[in-house]
Structure formats: structure tokens, C-alpha cells
Design a protein around this ligand. Structure first.
Ligand code: FE2
Ligand code: FE2
Length: 444
């Protein structure tokens, strides 16, 4: 729909060359287009915004009111975010004039892929790109923001849930009982899916009604979402929002449970999910340890929990997160994996610097989290004189979490500090250890 006949001709030509079997109808007025979409099944409409008898967004409103299946594409010199009626709406696509051809190709490709999916339940990976999504995330995205598929083979996928339907806890159990950990979405829908999941997990982290077990579970879920999202689309604004909600949740849990042993009993950690559990636990333990320092504050809690959330987020799996020294990693991991392990403190620090309004020092904590007091750590082999007191607390908490999650029996903080007294007896470690041991009765 456009009031310029030349443009209509161009659109018609492009669509017919892309989809030779398509039936193309044109309209130069809003009223005309409204009549067409109500009397004929129209799969997709490309609509101009400013026409002599009305606005293109009226077509979108009609589609919604009448619950029509027509996909709406805006083709205008106005941007979607400048049109209040469309700015927060989920439209199929938008084309900014005059660069019509650039966007139209991608929109028609997406349209053709959807039509193929509708035509047959089984889709072929050669024609459509699918990406995995964790099955545990699906219960949090209600209703489902897009169609969900199961993989039949390397190249065959079948749709098992429609967009806007529900994925229940019963569905989750059904798939988990068959050891299915991931389902799939069409790649173009991944961003929408992650956005929906982000909103849901931030709500769980911030909920005043949630128990410690629920919040700790939401913290592990947050880590999984941020890690998936980071691998898929890089460090997004959504991940930053999750990081902030995560650090507030950690500070709230520690404030409400001053004794670490009480808190550890209430939360849910899972050695099988080492990366997620270890990051969650680390934020709580490091905040609990710093409570007894004379310089403790809410800002310090925030720094430690943000560092906990992001320090290992660039690592590919739990095995790489359990490496204590690079020497130990030789032989166990490939050269590429060892490089990833060596560089992850620097990469995590670089990520944290991208977050707006971040307190200072968080990047430094991340860079130093694998350094050892005796100078044998990585990446910079600095010794305890050069490790900052805040990093020293983080390293002690990191060591404690490793012991807590990997040892069969639970270890108390007091016993852990006593066993490791000689390791933490120099430089910055010495004073923080002294403060922890002097206040152990309060924090343990
Ligand atoms: Fe770690
Ligand atoms: Fe690490």
C-alpha cells in the first residue's frame, strides 16, 4: 500500500521476482487496503505510513482488532520508534525509505521461511537456521514468544509449540525425563526470545515474595541466560540489566542472612551446574566475607557480586572454570582452550567496562581472580603485595566456593580458613584474613 504508483510498481516487481507464485494486490489508499485485508486472506502487507486518507498504522491496528494473521511491514521515511502506535508493537518488519531494497530482501527471506514452516510441520535446516534454547528457560517465557521446535536429526526439525501457547512445568518434566535439555527456535526469533526470558528472570530476581532458594535459582538461571546470550549476540543491554538485578539480589540475600552457614542451608547449589552455581555462591560468600571488614558498604557488595556474575562468563564450560593453575590445565585441555582460560580474566574485565554506571575496581577484581599470593597465578603472575585487598577477599571466596562445590562433604568457613592460613599469610591477604578470623563468630 503506497500512494506513489512508481513505488508500488517497484515493490511489486521485487516481490514477484523473489516469490514468483505470490498473488500481489496493491492499494493506494488506507480505506482500500482495509477492505482488501478484511475480505481476502493476506499473508503480508507492506504499508506506507502517510497516505492522503489516513495513516499506515491504522492497518496494523485493524489487524490486531480483527485478530488477522496478516504480517505487517512498515515502509516509510518515518522510523518505527517515531510512530507511537507502532513503537512498542511487535511488527513483522520495517523498511526505511528510500533504502527499500536493502531491507526488503531480508524481510521477504524471513517471510518465505515462515510460509515454508506453515506448509509442512517438518522443517529442513538447509532452508532455515535453527538455534538451541535451554528447555528450563521455556517455562519462564509465558506465553511463548515464538514457535518452538524439537530436533529430529541433524537437519530435520518439527514444530512442537506454537507462539503464544503455554509451556507448562509438566511439559518441562516430559522433556527432561527423555533427557532433552534443549529445544530450538528459528534464528531470527532468538533475540525476541532472549528479551522475553530476560524480563522474566529480572522479575524473579527482584521479587519480594521469593524465598532464598527461589532467588538463588533465579541467580543461576540469570547466569545461564547471560552466558547463552553472550555467546549468541555478544554483551547486550539486556545482559547488563540482568547483571544489575543479580548484584542487588545477592546483596539482599546477604543482608537478610548475616550468617553464611544459614544462607548456605537455604540456597540451592548444584555441583553439576558448576559455572552457574559457582558464580551465584561466589557472590554470596564474597559479600558475607566482606561484611566484617571496617570498610564494608553496599557499594562493595555490588562490586563483588558484579565481579562474581561476570568473572567466568566468557568460559565455554564448567570444566574450564574449575582450573586452578595453567600447569594443571596442560594435557587436560587443548591449546585453544588453555588460551581461553589464560585470557578469560582480561576478557571478563573488558566486558565489565562496557556496563554503564559501573562502580570502579570491578574490572580489577576480575583481572586478579586467578592470581596467587606467591606469584604463581595467571594472567600476570603478580604476588600478594600487588593484589588489592578487595581482590584478596574475592580470591579467598573463590577458593572457598571451589572447595565447597567440589568436596563431597560441606566444609565450614572456619575450617577452610584454618587449613589455608599459611596460603593467605602475606601482603593484602594477611590483614583481610585477620579480620575474617577475628569476626568469624558473626559471619560463619
Ligand atoms: Fe570462577
Ligand atoms: Fe575464572
Amino acid at each position: 500500500m503506497d500512494d506513489e504508483p512508481d513505488l508500488l510498481d517497484l515493490l511489486e516487481e521485487v516481490v514477484s521476482s523473489f516469490m514468483p507464485d505470490a498473488q500481489i494486490l496493491t492499494a493506494t489508499r488506507v480505506q482500500e487496503a482495509k477492505q482488501v485485508i478484511q475480505s481476502t486472506k493476506v499473508d503480508l502487507i507492506v504499508a506506507d505510513q502517510n497516505l492522503p486518507d489516513g495513516k499506515g498504522h491504522e492497518i496494523f491496528q485493524l489487524i490486531q482488532e480483527k485478530n488477522l494473521k496478516t504480517r505487517f511491514v512498515l515502509c516509510s521515511s518515518d522510523q518505527v520508534h517515531d510512530i507511537p502506535e507502532l513503537s512498542s508493537a511487535k511488527i513483522f518488519g520495517s523498511i526505511v525509505k528510500p533504502n527499500i531494497l536493502d531491507s526488503l530482501d531480508a524481510i521477504l527471506e524471513k517471510f518465505r521461511a515462515e510460509l515454508r514452516l506453515e506448509a509442512g510441520a517438518i522443517a529442513d535446516r538447509d532452508s532455515i537456521d535453527f538455534v538451541p534454547v535451554r528447555i528450563r528457560g521455556l517455562v519462564k517465557t509465558q506465553p511463548l514468544p515464538c514457535d518452538i521446535y524439537v530436533r529430529l536429526s541433524d537437519s530435520k526439525f518439527v514444530k512442537v509449540f506454537n507462539a503464544n501457547s503455554a509451556f507448562s512445568a509438566k511439559d518441562l518434566d516430559k522433556y527432561l525425563s527423555k533427557s532433552v535439555e534443549s529445544l530450538y527456535v528459528v534464528k531470527e526469533n532468538r533475540r525476541d526470545y532472549l528479551k522475553c526470558l530476560t524480563g522474566s528472570v529480572i522479575a524473579s530476581l527482584s521479587s519480594k515474595e521469593s524465598s532464598e532458594a527461589e532467588i538463588s535459582q533465579a541467580m543461576k538461571d540469570s547466569f545461564a541466560i547471560a552466558s547463552d546470550s553472550f555467546k549468541a549476540i555478544g554483551f547486550s543491554e539486556d545482559t547488563q540489566q540482568i547483571a544489575k538485578a543479580y548484584s542487588e539480589a545477592a546483596a539482599n540475600l546477604v543482608n537478610a542472612n548475616p550468617r553464611l552457614s544459614d544462607l548456605l542451608e537455604k540456597i540451592k547449589s548444584d555441583p553439576e551446574d558448576y559455572l552457574g552455581s559457582h558464580s551465584m555462591l561466589l557472590s554470596l560468600v564474597s559479600c558475607a566475607l566482606v561484611r566484617c571488614m571496617p570498610w564494608a558498604s553496599e557499594t562493595i557488595y555490588k562490586k563483588l557480586s558484579l565481579a562474581s556474575f561476570l568473572h567466568d562468563i566468557t568460559l565455554p564450560n564448567s570444566a574450564t572454570a574449575q582450573v586452578v593453575s595453567l600447569k594443571e590445565a596442560e594435557g587436560k585441555f587443548s591449546k585453544e582452550e588453555i588460551e581461553l582460560i589464560r585470557n578469560h580474566p582480561l576478557e571478563g574485565a573488558a566486558l565489565v567496562r562496557q556496563i554503564t554506571e559501573i562502580p570502579p575496581d570491578v574490572d580489577n577484581i576480575i583481572i586478579q581472580h586467578h592470581e596467587h599470593g606467591d606469584g604463581t597465578g595467571f594472567p600476570n603472575q603478580i604476588n600478594s603485595q600487588r593484589i588489592s585487598p578487595l581482590s584478596a577477599i574475592f580470591i579467598i571466596a573463590h577458593d572457598f566456593c571451589f572447595a565447597y562445590l567440589t568436596k563431597k562433604q560441606n566444609i565450614s568457613l572456619g575450617a577452610f580458613l584454618a587449613i589455608n592460613e599459611s596460603k593467605y599469610n602475606s601482603g593484602s591477604f594477611k590483614q583481610v584474613l585477620k579480620d575474617m578470623q577475628a569476626n568469624l563468630y558473626q559471619i560463619q
